[in-house]
Design a protein around this ligand. Structure first.
Ligand SMILES: Cc1cc2nc3c(=O)[nH]c(=O)nc-3n(C[C@H](O)[C@H](O)[C@H](O)COP(=O)(O)OP(=O)(O)OC[C@H]3O[C@@H](n4cnc5c(N)ncnc54)[C@H](O)[C@@H]3O)c2cc1C
Length: 619
């Protein structure tokens, strides 16, 4: 252990993850906490990290309140509809009322925004989206964070949260290691904001073997945002609400700009509008939700999946009409070049010119996240002016652990935040964290050296395991006494895929399969004590795997608890195929006891605040 040097830092605000939410948090913490010590720790390099690393072509969440294009209430209704009723409206409203100010700052900081030549306003792609030349998006927000923080640590993976030993259930910082130097880092902190992104690669991806690593959500998003708080005993919500995306096949190229801006549409192999065909069947399952406008994302997926299972595939995007217009053709290609270069490469390699060939679409493997069209994540306090008592315990975006805050993909219940909303939520969390410190709530925190040393032993164990076990390798990477991170990952993905509603079963699961999945996950957890790492990069892989495995347990527990199919097209409970508003019009909340490792589940009411308030005003 001595060979790994330990560095100690003490700070007021520790931001874990320097993606969209983390940069927002770091920036805003400085605004409110001029004299505070603010540190941001990032697993990669903050200039090109997280889901926006490669750039984006649209900011997907902008109200346009100054022009009365949309108001926050509209966004709440939109997110509520898309999530089949299940959102935290207090959180959604709070994000929406602040998101425009965030976007205006991006504009001031030099992000190239497309403008509508006639109106001078931001160019709309859809009701909520505005278009940008966004290759430089991430470096721009990173610069704001770098100017705000006392220090940014790159290449450090946070593995565990530290807990205060003076007061129960209060956070005391975090530990991790530098994957280049191998050094151990202890951050004692008065508040911690977890902004570590969503989770890809917990379900087996469509692309395996040579294509492994090609996923829709960033392959390096490994669920730390969930595993860190779960391990510390924080409550989580809606973890069953994984997302499945309809995307261009093999490259996961986004379809938003195609639908909204290019006005392309989908058809089955016979050139038919297949969505109509599945209307009656979907109505049987979900009732009037199928008549909502816009059609919830999961229900559109449902029609796609049913049509494919019925032999109507391949499903295609009709691009050959729009691409006859040279301007739209350029937009279509640029959309990928600024965001998903791989899709353009896939089309080139498959001889697809969308001007002459309608490209295939597919539904992806499931992902877990809290900022896109799903809302898995931590159960947090809302803002004091909006939240009902069940949703409020003192500080906005504080988890059920004191001093621990979350933003972006970390936070559950508030879907459709996207890049701008995640940055905004980081700002909201940071403002509250500073207030928590100012209110003297973080006094007397005690994190002993022993707690840090114990974590240090745990963190490096995979290196020690490998050092011994490599002597028993019988061939290649086969050893009777350790498993490698990739072996463990593939085993995890198969369990999730086959038992928890992945692509292997066309997103189908049931109580028996979920229970078996939990048993297999428990065996995996035991075996992960024997994961071996031959170098610091593999050590990162080992900890990514452990975070993914813990996230997966939580997803499975939630999926078992909700005895209905709330989101057909995201997953199906074969034993409860119908949406059941009588029993399940509620949010699910879990807590894992850090000592026993056992999960407990509860139902929490879902409050439709926006329209309730309007009803009250009217009466
Ligand atoms: C393919 C794709 C397309 C998208 N398209 C759009 C779009 O067109 N428009 C739009 O507005 N939004 C879009 N989004 C959504 C947007 O990217 C996310 O909503 C947003 O990035 C979420 O912010 P976040 O901070 O929670 O996560 P991220 O931005 O992913 O940041 C998480 C950060 O945490 C770091 N990290 C992870 N684990 C650890 C750890 N253990 N220790 C330290 N650091 C860690 C990561 O390296 C990363 O930098 C898209 C996302 C994807 C993946």
């Amino acid at each position: 252990m001595a060979k790994h040097k330990t560095h100690f830092e003490e700070c007021d605000v520790l931001v874990v993850g320097g993606g969209m939410a983390g940069t927002g948090a770091t920036f805003e913490a400085r605004h409110w906490g001029r004299d505070l010590k603010i540190i941001c720790v990032e697993k990669a390099n903050i200039d090109r990290s997280g889901a926006v690393a490669q750039g984006l072509y649209a900011i997907n969440c902008y109200m346009g309140m100054q022009w009365d294009e949309n108001q926050p209430e509209d966004h709440v209704r939109y997110a509520r509809n898309d999530l089949m009723g299940m959102v935290r409206e207090d959180l959604g409203y709070d994000m929406a009322r602040h998101v425009d100010s965030t976007v205006h700052m991006f504009d001031e900081w030099g992000l190239p925004m497309m403008k509508n030549e006639k109106t001078g306003r931001y160019l709309r792609e859809g009701k909520w989206q505005i278009m940008i030349h966004g290759e430089s998006y991430k470096p721009i927000v990173a610069e704001a964070a770098k100017k705000s923080a006392d220090k940014i640590y790159n290449r450090i993976m946070i593995t565990h949260l530290l807990m205060d030993e003076a007061k129960e259930n209060r956070v005391g910082g975090a530990v991790g290691f530098n994957m280049r130097t191998g050094d151990f880092h202890v951050f004692r902190a008065k508040t911690v904001i977890v902004a570590a992104g969503g989770a890809s690669h917990i379900f087996k991806p469509r692309a395996v073997g040579e294509g492994m690593g090609r996923t829709w959500y960033a392959p390096w998003s490994n669920g730390s945002a969930y595993a860190l708080p779960i391990a510390a005993g924080a409550k989580m919500t809606q973890m069953e609400n994984r997302i499945v995306l309809c995307r261009f096949k093999d490259g996961y190229g986004p379809v938003g700009a195609y639908f909204l801006h290019l006005k392309t549409y989908t058809q089955n192999a016979n050139g038919e509008n297949y969505e109509k065909k599945w209307y009656d069947q979907t109505k049987e399952l979900v009732g009037e939700y199928i008549d909502h406008h816009p059609t919830p994302t999961c229900l559109r997926n449902h029609a796609f999946i049913q049509e494919t299972m019925a032999g109507g595939g391949p499903i295609q995007m009709v691009t050959t009409e729009a691409f006859q217009d040279p301007h739209l053709e350029t937009v279509g290609w640029e959309n990928f070049l600024g965001m998903t270069v791989g899709q353009a490469v896939v089309w080139a390699s498959q001889n697809i010119d969308p001007k002459y060939t309608n490209p295939e679409l597919t539904t992806s493997e499931p992902y877990v996240m809290g900022s896109h069209a799903t809302c898995s994540g931590a159960w947090v306090s809302g803002p004091e002016d909006l939240s009902p008592p069940e949703y409020f315990w003192g500080y906005n975006r504080m988890l059920t652990i004191e001093g621990l805050f979350g933003a972006g993909d970390t936070v559950g219940g508030s879907a459709h935040k996207f890049s701008s909303g995640s940055f905004t939520e980081g700002r909201l969390a940071a403002k509250a964290a500073v207030k928590y410190i100012e209110d003297q709530k973080a006094e007397g925190i005690n994190v002993s050296d022993k707690q840090c040393d114990d974590f240090k032993v745990k963190v490096y164990k995979p290196l020690d395991t490998y050092t011994v076990a490599q002597n028993e390798i019988t061939g290649g990477t086969v050893s009777p006494s350790y498993i490698s991170p990739i072996q463990g990952l593939q085993r995890l993905q198969r369990i999730m895929d086959e038992y928890v509603g992945g692509i292997a079963t066309n997103y189908m699961t049931n109580e028996n399969m979920l229970k078996r999945g939990l048993e297999l996950l428990a065996w995996l957890e035991e075996d992960l004590e024997k994961v071996g790492a031959e170098d610091y990069h593999q050590l990162m892989r080992a900890w990514e795997l452990k975070h993914r495995a813990l996230t997966s347990q939580c997803v499975t527990e939630h999926t078992l608890f909700r005895e209905e199919t709330r989101w057909p097209g995201y997953y199906y409970r074969g034993d409860h195929m119908k949406l059941d508003d009588d029993n399940w019009h509620c949010l699910t909340v879990s807590r894992r006891d850090p000592k026993s490792g056992k999960f407990t589940m509860e139902k929490v009411p879902v409050y439709h605040i926006v329209d309730e308030n309007e009803k009250k005003k009217a009466s």
